[in-house]
Design a protein around this ligand. Structure first.
Ligand code: G
Ligand code: G
Ligand code: MN
Ligand code: NA
Length: 253
């Protein structure tokens, strides 16, 4: 299809850019990480959502070069922020399913860390639960990634498959509660129960927990009382440009 052809040209035509959404520590109020999110500005169609083009990139295999570009751009940017003198914070990058199956994924991540000179503890990779890779393969892969010194987060937690067996075996640092659970908190008692349960489980497993999609102060209050570590959402900030991230820090200090 047309979009797929355009997608192939988009990388060489520099039509992609990244925006970054802060994740805020609920206890201290400080930004400890930012999530990189890709944006495509199509020359004719204008903005095309990643919800539309990431699946096409996956099917066409373009996710491999695109994923590498996203990772390298985010790590480069993190180094620039460091050189600007901003206080240290992590950059979180989404890995798509196709990348998890990429043969040289670990080597690619390592090479990017070397090229950009970013210290590995400032990189967090976000993975989503999926049925298509078996637990042993996934555990092995995550151990290899962890050995680089980077952080691993499970994204969209609670919406995928076999969540609990994942938690048992995977060397992960962080759970991100999917925003569909947070949306109706504190109005819906079932959602409240699930969110509280996920936070409590994360604590027992010594994982950090991030709640995504926080738009209302009532949601914030519920999560704060419940002991959630970090929040990410429009209430605090939309995804913003690198320059706006720098400015946010200057405004805070
Ligand atoms: O940023 P936005 O809410 O529009 O993203 C929509 C979807 O696209 C989300 O599921 C998000 O995880 C995914 N997405 C956004 N940026 C990236 C990216 O850089 N890499 C991958 N693999 N997925 C992304
Ligand atoms: O699947 P993933 O968690 O990576 O997707 C993150 C997406 O969520 C981003 O595309 C971002 O634009 C979107 N997002 C971030 N904060 C909010 C929010 O407060 N409300 C809604 N509806 N979407 C959000
Ligand atoms: Mn994510
Ligand atoms: Na998510």
């Amino acid at each position: 299809i047309l979009l797929e052809q355009d997608l192939h040209k988009a990388l060489e035509n520099h039509e992609f850019h990244l925006v970054y959404q802060p994740q805020v520590n609920l206890k201290t109020g400080s930004i400890e990480s930012v999530e990189a999110l890709v944006r495509w500005h199509h020359p004719m169609r204008g903005f095309v959502s990643p919800e539309l083009f990431i699946p096409i990139a996956e099917e066409s295999g373009l996710i491999i070069p695109l994923g590498e570009w996203i990772l390298e751009t985010a790590c480069k940017q993190a180094k620039i922020w460091e050189q600007e003198g901003l206080p240290p914070f992590k950059v979180a990058v989404n890995l798509s399913l196709g990348q998890l199956f990429q043969q040289d994924l670990v080597e690619m991540v390592e090479a990017i860390l070397v090229r950009t000179k970013l210290q590995p503890e400032f990189l967090q990779l976000e993975i989503t639960e999926s049925m298509t890779m078996n637990i042993d393969q996934m555990t092995q892969l995550l151990h290899e990634l962890k050995a680089l010194g980077i952080q691993i987060a499970v994204d969209d937690f609670g919406t995928g498959y076999s969540s609990l067996s994942y938690l048992k075996d995977f060397p992960i640092d962080c759970l991100k509660i999917d925003r569909t659970f947070v949306r109706n908190v504190p109005l819906n008692p079932n959602d409240e129960a699930l969110v509280s349960m996920i936070i409590s489980m994360a604590k027992h497993l010594r994982l950090k927990v991030v709640a995504e999609g926080i738009e209302e102060v009532e949601q914030l209050a519920f999560l704060s009382d419940g002991g959630c570590d970090y929040i990410q959402g429009y209430l605090f900030s939309k995804p913003i440009s690198p320059k706006e991230i720098s400015e946010t820090f200057s405004d805070l200090h």
